[in-house]
Design a protein around this ligand. Structure first.
Ligand SMILES: [Zn+2]
Length: 264
């Protein structure tokens, strides 16, 4: 069977088993298949099959820029292999520069950040070349929107149902700086057990993508911690009822449909 035919079969199968978009509360019919995490996160855009989700065109389009930013951030550490992957990294940076105005400027560290980084050198892994300013609004909006998508996809993946319109996802993301300076939520991580990755036969991409989960017995919510290389991690907490998040900082809370509207 040819590649195109195989892709068509997969699409038909997915759209039959899940006819509605998993990113906007199950209210829209799906027209496309969305890879989560997207190919841009992986070396040479090469990833095992599995973790494809039914999506409507608007949710698919509405998350493209966030995915591009996450793809760039996923390559911060360790450095890519010379040759093919280095070219790929350059291409992603160029693409970001052309499509996300202001982001590369926003990432430039200020003097205080540089001084702090140098003072903490001994805590950093070998090969860590420098520090970025990861506190800016363009980066944070993209990373959290990417996280909201991950959270909704993983909710469907692990619970077999679409996060409903009444649901919400809380998102926090962690740079590798947090990981190297004890800034990770270790209590949450310790509950998550052995991490999973994408696998196809003996082929695994665990060196590029891993996720752990906590799913309470009543199966109305799910927490996931997802890491990409040693570059960044995203903690998501998705619940069927948004009132679980009423006390959380609201700029970290996303509702189904947020990708199509560009809002929370
Ligand atoms: Zn949708």
């Amino acid at each position: 069977m040819g590649e195109a035919k195989r892709a068509r079969r997969l699409r038909e199968h997915l759209l039959t088993s899940c006819p509605h978009c998993v990113f906007c509360g199950g209210v829209e019919l799906a027209t496309t298949i969305d890879h989560v995490p997207p190919r841009v996160m992986f070396d040479a855009r090469h990833r095992p099959k599995g973790m494809e989700f039914s999506a409507c065109g608007a949710c698919n389009d509405g998350s493209r820029k966030a995915e591009l930013v996450a793809g760039m951030m996923a390559r911060l550490f360790p450095d890519p292999a010379p040759g093919l992957l280095e070219n790929e990294q350059d291409a992603i940076f160029r693409h970001v520069n052309n499509n996300i105005p202001g982001l590369l400027e926003e990432l430039q560290p200020n003097v205080r950040q540089k001084v702090l980084f140098n003072a903490q050198r001994s805590q950093m892994p070998r090969g860590a070349a420098g520090v970025l300013n990861v506190g800016g609004p363009i980066l944070n909006d993209a990373m959290m929107r990417f996280g909201a998508k991950l959270g909704m996809a993983l909710f469907y993946h692990d619970l077999g149902k679409i996060l409903p319109p009444d649901g919400a996802v809380f998102v926090r993301w962690y740079s590798n700086y947090d990981a190297f300076t004890d800034g990770l939520p270790t209590e949450v991580l310790s509950l998550m057990g052995q991490p999973s990755s994408l696998e196809q036969g003996r082929w695994t991409v665990a060196n590029q993508f891993q996720f752990g989960r906590v799913i309470p017995l009543e199966r109305t919510m799910a927490a996931h911690m997802v890491t990409f290389r040693q570059s960044f991690g995203i903690l998501t907490f998705a619940a069927e009822h948004h009132w679980h998040m009423d006390r959380a900082p609201q700029d970290h809370v996303f509702r189904p449909g947020c990708l199509r509207t560009g809002t929370h």
